[in-house]
Unconditional design. Structure first.
Length: 92
């Protein structure tokens, strides 16, 4: 297992949340940016086994549901704030 990257720094342990590899652990250069794909160097190593197709599907469904619930929660919070402001306006 890799302990230092090509930059000479200790590698960072991270978790992938791409739809292809949801929840998989890997080691990479601490300057790796998963959003841009920019790497400080090319050091990268999976530290767990690949997941099965059904595991990938279930994990992706759960991640999508989590995002949907977070959006629903934020909408409900906004609705409560609006209703509270309306109530305060009417009682003034």
């Amino acid at each position: 297992m890799v302990t230092h990257c090509g930059c000479g720094l200790p590698v960072a342990k991270r978790t992938s949340w791409t739809s292809e590899n949801p929840g998989r652990k890997y080691l990479a250069c601490k300057f790796y940016n998963h959003e841009t794909g920019h790497r400080g160097c090319n050091t990268f190593e999976w530290i767990d086994e690949d997941i099965l197709d059904w595991q990938r599907d279930v994990t992706n469904m759960l991640v999508a549901e989590k995002h949907r619930l977070a959006i629903d929660n934020n909408m409900l919070k906004s609705r409560l704030v609006c209703e509270s402001h309306e109530k305060d306006r009417l009682s003034s």
